[in-house]
Design a protein around this ligand. Structure first.
Ligand code: HEC
Ligand code: HEC
Ligand code: HEC
Ligand code: HEC
Ligand code: HEC
Ligand code: HEC
Ligand code: HEC
Ligand code: HEC
Ligand code: HEC
Length: 342
């Protein structure tokens, strides 16, 4: 039952104590409810819920004089989240539904009246997420490498939906597309440019298997890492490293470390001259030549993911690798032309 307002706006503005009939709520901001001294604090923030123009879209005027009576005369007309879903689409579908959304706890993130942050969120991004995911906040604070996508731009919302998603883990895109959405070398709205990996894993003749399968996460964690680079396991940060299997743990998660460790072999690698393992020659030494002297870890137009040219200080040094029958040859800047044959 709605009653007609019997206290004029002028009276309220003149500073009278707020003695309103419930029906004033029906007129929301325009009239008494949010006038100074009453519920003005609710609507004080920059971002206001459009629905809050009409308080009675959520609060039901009951019996009793407001505010003289015990204060139960404006109970919610429904329970959250049903109340919200009266006007908004339901978020309970999809491959993943965020646990607080599943629990109907919209108010864990939103203020139903007004908020200082866009989309009525009670905290800015990413503090909102860290209010529950404090383990991630802590880890980011101490990690050796933090992904720029987590600290810049839309932050968590670049990759996650806050409510639900057609993908696992609230991800906005399937695994193979998520990373390439940014890593295409083009400038983003925030001005940041993410290295172009897309052309390598889409357009090269030879693509590293896990990258071709869109499994970037087998080598890169999405948020942060305790390793150099945003990597799941150890891999040298620069061009050189100590010549130990541990320096290249990332690669030997999947590849047999004998390709590196066996001095003489007929099986462990095709990069050998007769039995002499040429991976061993380049890698098993005090100043070990990292894999990226010769291989592109994402994709290449050369067989075996070999590079056209290696970086040597400022110099782009061509490798001039050629496949030959039972072997190959190269003529890089660092030594004369060499041929190997199995
Ligand atoms: C979109 C729905 C919605 C609208 C519209 C709405 N409210 Fe609310 N209101 C709520 C919900 C939900 C709560 C419970 C908040 C909680 O439990 O934290 C609430 C709580 C309140 C409270 C209790 C104090 C508080 O902060 O928890 C007051 C007072 C109130 N609303 C007044 C108003 C007034 C005045 C208006 C119109 C200007 C209004 N509301 C419009 C949903 C709404
Ligand atoms: C009476 C209808 C109604 C109810 C009930 C309602 N909303 Fe809304 N809400 C709207 C309208 C209208 C808009 C503005 C148009 C839009 O963004 O859809 C809006 C916008 C929003 C926005 C986006 C604000 C922005 O700045 O873009 C959020 C967040 C939101 N509502 C949350 C809630 C929550 C949480 C509840 C339940 C507590 C709720 N709404 C209940 C009508 C409603
Ligand atoms: C974990 C925090 C969180 C919870 C819980 C949550 N939201 Fe949101 N909601 C957000 C964020 C963050 C945005 C802004 C999304 C964006 O800008 O892309 C948002 C946006 C919205 C919008 C604007 C339209 C849109 O989809 O962007 C509406 C409406 C909304 N939420 C309603 C709800 C309702 C209803 C519930 C409860 C069922 C709810 N939210 C629960 C964080 C949350
Ligand atoms: C009110 C507490 C709360 C807030 C706020 C919150 N989360 Fe969550 N979130 C949870 C809970 C609980 C789970 C389920 C348990 C877990 O995985 O930690 C979860 C799980 C997740 C998952 C994994 C979902 C899955 O299906 O594997 C992601 C991703 C996530 N949250 C992202 C976010 C982002 C992004 C924000 C900020 C927009 C956010 N969360 C804010 C409580 C919260
Ligand atoms: C670059 C994209 C990206 C950004 C930005 C991002 N995430 Fe994630 N997040 C992922 C991916 C991918 C997964 C799935 C990880 C997996 O399967 O191992 C994930 C998983 C999660 C999970 C599930 C459990 C876990 O810890 O792995 C939570 C919670 C989560 N993210 C929260 C957040 C929060 C909070 C932020 C912002 C501070 C954020 N994410 C930013 C891509 C991202
Ligand atoms: C929202 C845009 C965005 C998304 C989505 C994104 N990135 Fe990034 N990423 C960046 C930016 C910006 C940088 C910093 C510039 C650079 O190094 O390219 C970066 C840097 C990186 C780096 C280099 C980190 C370092 O410190 O050496 C790696 C590796 C990386 N991203 C992998 C990924 C993976 C894997 C995914 C998918 C899970 C992904 N990115 C998704 C924006 C993004
Ligand atoms: C087999 C492991 C592996 C896979 C799979 C992989 N990467 Fe990498 N990525 C690396 C290593 C190691 C580096 C650091 C050395 C380098 O720069 O080549 C790197 C570097 C990067 C960088 C920084 C490059 C720069 O120039 O700043 C980005 C961005 C990146 N990867 C994105 C991706 C994306 C996106 C995918 C999935 C399509 C992916 N990676 C798949 C191992 C991998
Ligand atoms: C997640 C598993 C995985 C990781 C980690 C991984 N690789 Fe691979 N790699 C593969 C698979 C699968 C193939 C294709 C089958 C094969 O040749 O063994 C491949 C192929 C290659 C090839 C091409 C072989 C050829 O003859 O065409 C090179 C070179 C290579 N990887 C180098 C590396 C380096 C260097 C690292 C470490 C940065 C690494 N891989 C890490 C799975 C992985
Ligand atoms: C000096 C250049 C060079 C370096 C450094 C190098 N590789 Fe290679 N790698 C090659 C060449 C050349 C081949 C192709 C051999 C053939 O098939 O003729 C190859 C082949 C491979 C293959 C295919 C299987 C095999 O062994 O024949 C893998 C896997 C591989 N390399 C991994 C690595 C890893 C991991 C590292 C770093 C730990 C690394 N490479 C460092 C030159 C190099």
């Amino acid at each position: 039952m709605k009653r007609v307002c019997h206290i004029g706006r002028a009276l309220l503005l003149s500073g009278a104590v707020c003695l309103l009939s419930p029906s004033l709520l029906g007129q929301g901001r325009e009239t008494g409810c949010t006038a100074a001294g009453c519920h003005d604090a609710l609507m004080q923030h920059a971002f206001q819920h459009e629905a809050a123009e009409d308080c009675e879209s959520c609060h039901e005027a009951g019996d009793g004089d407001h505010p003289a009576s015990a204060g139960r005369e404006f109970e919610l007309s429904g329970e959250v989240p049903g109340l919200c879903y009266d006007c908004h689409d339901e978020y309970n579908s999809g491959k993943s539904v965020h646990s607080p959304v599943e629990d109907g706890d919209c108010l864990a993130c939103h203020d139903p009246h007004s908020a200082a942050h866009p989309k009525l969120t009670i905290e800015p991004m990413a503090a909102l997420c860290f209010s529950c995911h404090d383990d991630i906040e802590e880890a980011i604070g101490t990690a050796r490498t933090v992904h720029a996508a987590v600290t810049a731009g839309r932050r968590c919302l670049s990759c996650h939906s806050p409510h639900n998603a057609a993908q696992r883990a609230l991800l906005k895109f399937p695994d193979g597309e998520l990373c390439l959405d940014c890593h295409d070398g083009s400038a983003k709205p925030g001005g940041e440019v993410a290295a172009d990996i897309k052309s390598k894993v889409k357009n090269r003749k030879f693509i590293h298997d896990p990258a071709a399968e869109g499994d970037c996460l087998s080598c890169h964690p999405p948020h942060y890492s305790s390793k150099a680079g945003l990597l799941t396991e150890a891999f040298p940060a620069g061009l050189y490293a100590e010549g130990a299997v541990d320096s290249y743990a990332l690669c030997f998660d999947c590849h047999d470390s004998d390709l590196f460790d066996a001095e003489n072999t007929r099986e462990a690698t095709a990069f050998r001259d007769d039995r002499q393992n040429l991976h061993y020659v380049h890698l098993k030494r005090e100043k070990s030549r990292s894999c990226i002297h010769c291989h592109d870890l994402h994709g290449s137009d050369q067989p075996h993911l070999l590079l056209e040219s290696s970086t040597f200080g400022q110099w782009k040094m061509p490798l001039n690798f050629r496949v030959a029958k039972n072997g190959g040859s190269c003529r890089p800047g660092c030594h004369e032309a060499k041929t190997y044959s199995r």
